[in-house]
Design a protein around this ligand. Structure first.
Ligand SMILES: [Ca+2]
Ligand SMILES: [Ca+2]
Length: 399
């Protein structure tokens, strides 16, 4: 199914939701309530932050609290203004960039907006105070491998100030000709000095650095057509120069039935995952919770968007989960935002998560073409301070 078809179907579905269940007061004093089949943990209020964002994929907040969204299928990068009127939805939007080749990953660093296109990494100056881009969009990395499967690219600026780029495999399972496929690449911030940072990652769409120790974790989507329950999708702790198994092995280095034989040495050296997701759940964006005032249950956790299965006899995934590192080194998974699967009918597919300066979590959905906002309601006055440390107008009025 192509992106355009999905977006069109999604638009139809969200219009149904809008017409029957979302209360949208014209001049709301309180956040809009969303009474849908979507659910979150107690005390989290779900609002529709923005609709009609075709193919909404990756998210990044500016320092002024505006939300940049890649609209991959539309070839655009858009920016959603803050919610100044307090109705829980962005007040307006603008197109920052248009006519790009599948813009997907985005990041901000040093006054520049970085964008991952299918075959290139580009950047343009951005004034985060006004939310306007300035000057000319310039592709600083070109000739990234394209074609075949897995067309999305993700770019992030690491704590070392370098560009990290993931490129998925060209196939379900095969030996790649181009070593930049199924890999994480690293470049200097100007796009020079490219190197292969890690290999054997079939499609590592999302990655983030854990704030407590700088460890780099990446999601990875396992191969298809080995049944409903194998192989697991993965969360990997990425270390430089390591190989993460694909196409020779999956999960805890279980050999691939086609390509595992004869690759015993490579499999023995491959890094097993830090955590195994259920097969075909399709983990995409990952975001560690950084707000020190976040509810105790989420401190130190990471949120991961499970886009959902397409080739499983019973659909699975279709939710945002939180991952919790345990004392014994294990990782526990809990549901955080669910209900996208309604009796096997898909009403949404979450892609990425961003933590806003208001302490809320924002989730993109490329099926419905929307952005959801999930905010804690019971403790709003303390939770909404981060990182500005000033009471919001709403809290002052209520106090
Ligand atoms: Ca608003
Ligand atoms: Ca692996």
């Amino acid at each position: 199914m192509g992106m355009v078809t999905r977006v069109r179907q999604g638009a139809k579905i969200i219009s149904v939701i809008l017409s029957c269940t979302i209360i949208v007061p014209a001049l709301a004093a309180n956040p809009v309530s969303v009474d849908t089949k979507l659910r979150s943990v107690p005390d989290i209020q779900i609002t529709l932050y923005a609709g009609d964002v075709g193919g909404a994929r990756f998210l990044r907040f500016t320092s002024a609290g505006e939300l940049i969204v890649s609209s991959t299928g539309d070839g655009r990068v858009v920016i959603l203004s803050r919610d100044h009127d307090g109705d829980g939805a962005a007040d307006s939007r603008r197109i920052l960039l248009d006519g790009l080749n599948g813009p997907h990953g985005i990041d901000l660093s040093g006054g520049m907006l970085y964008v991952a296109e299918e075959d290139a990494i580009g950047r343009i100056a951005i004034n985060e105070t006004t939310g306007n881009v300035e000057g000319v969009y310039t592709r600083i990395i070109t000739g990234l491998p394209q074609g075949g499967g897995h067309s999305t690219r993700t770019v992030r600026v690491g704590p070392d100030g370098k560009l990290y780029v993931t490129v998925g495999s060209s196939c379900n399972v095969c030996l790649e000709d181009d070593p930049r496929r199924a890999a994480m690449l690293r470049y200097d911030i100007d796009g020079s000095n490219g190197e292969i940072y890690a290999r054997g990652l079939r499609n590592a769409v999302g990655f983030d650095w854990r704030p407590s120790d700088g460890a780099l974790f990446a999601t990875d989507n396992g191969r298809d057509l080995l049944g409903d329950d194998f192989p697991p999708d993965e969360l990997n702790l990425i270390e430089q120069s390591r190989h993460y198994g694909w196409p020779y092995a999956y999960g805890n280095n279980i050999p691939d039935p086609q390509l595992g034989a004869g690759a015993e040495e490579a499999i023995a050296k491959a890094a097993p995952p830090a955590y195994e997701f259920r097969a075909h759940n399709a983990p995409l964006g990952i975001a560690f919770v950084r707000n020190p005032d976040a509810p105790a249950g989420l401190r130190g956790a990471a949120l991961v968007a499970l886009h959902g299965s397409w080739n499983r006899s019973t659909k699975d995934g279709y939710k945002v989960v939180s991952l919790h590192w345990q004392e014994d080194g294990g990782i526990a998974q809990r549901d955080f935002f669910w209900g996208f699967l309604d009796n096997d009918n898909v009403i949404g597919r979450p892609v990425d998560i961003a933590e806003g300066p208001d302490g809320a979590f924002y989730v993109s959905d490329d099926y419905a073409g929307v952005i959801y906002r999930l905010a804690l309601v019971s403790n709003r006055c303390t939770w909404s301070l981060w990182p500005l440390r000033v009471p919001s107008l709403q809290c002052l009025i209520e106090d």
